[in-house]
Design a protein around this ligand. Structure first.
Ligand code: 5GP
Length: 179
């Protein structure tokens, strides 16, 4: 991909991970998942929009029967001070007694997953794990176990490979980081 910086919305980014590097880490994560879920016919729950490219590459390399569903999460402030009410859009599949794997672009503060988890667990699945392309451990603000991580990164802002900066950059095959 070269060493050229790019500009998105007047913000400068430099190359961070090439498509080849991404392919390597996604391939090895897929191998782990294939081994761990052999014979279990998991249901992959892909969180849109940022997770679409990661999910596509990951699931092409998953070996074995599986089902795939795409969801969106919508958060609303609750009426009392306990805060956020989570709604899952697009989950029509029966999840009871199924092994679920949430496929997410980035776990940053962990807030999204922290709210999604109990909503999914309330539906009675056999298990729920998280598979994230990127995990920023230094940003994590909730107790959350992220078992499947393709790459741990510092607390930097990244774009490309499904991830956007204010709507742009999702189509880039490489990942860039803000300079
Ligand atoms: P969390 O709820 O874990 O704080 O954040 C999760 C969401 O924030 C991710 O799914 C992603 O959409 C967004 N996000 C967090 N860090 C980044 C980043 O570095 N780049 C981009 N493009 N989005 C991010």
């Amino acid at each position: 991909m070269g060493n050229s910086h790019i500009t998105i919305h007047n913000k400068e980014f430099r190359p961070y991970f090439s498509a080849v590097q991404l392919d390597e880490v996604v391939t090895s994560l897929a191998a782990r998942l294939s081994a761990d879920y052999a014979g279990h016919k998991p249901l992959f729950v892909v969180v849109l929009t940022g997770g679409f490219m990661f999910a596509s590459d990951l699931l092409k390399r998953f070996v074995g029967d599986c089902e795939i569903v795409f969801i969106r999460v919508a958060s609303y402030e609750g009426t009392d001070s306990t805060g956020v009410v989570q709604e899952i859009l697009g989950l029509r599949e029966e999840v009871q007694d199924r092994h679920l794997i949430i496929v997410e672009d980035i776990v940053d503060t962990g807030t999204t997953m922290h709210h999604l988890m109990p909503t999914l667990l309330a539906k009675g699945p056999a298990s729920v794990e998280i598979a994230a392309l990127f995990f920023k451990p230094a940003s994590l603000r909730h107790e959350l176990s992220v078992r499947y991580v393709a790459m741990e990164i510092p607390n930097d802002f990244v774009v490309g490979y499904g991830l956007d900066y204010d709507g742009l950059g999702r189509n880039l095959p490489d990942v860039y980081v803000a300079v």
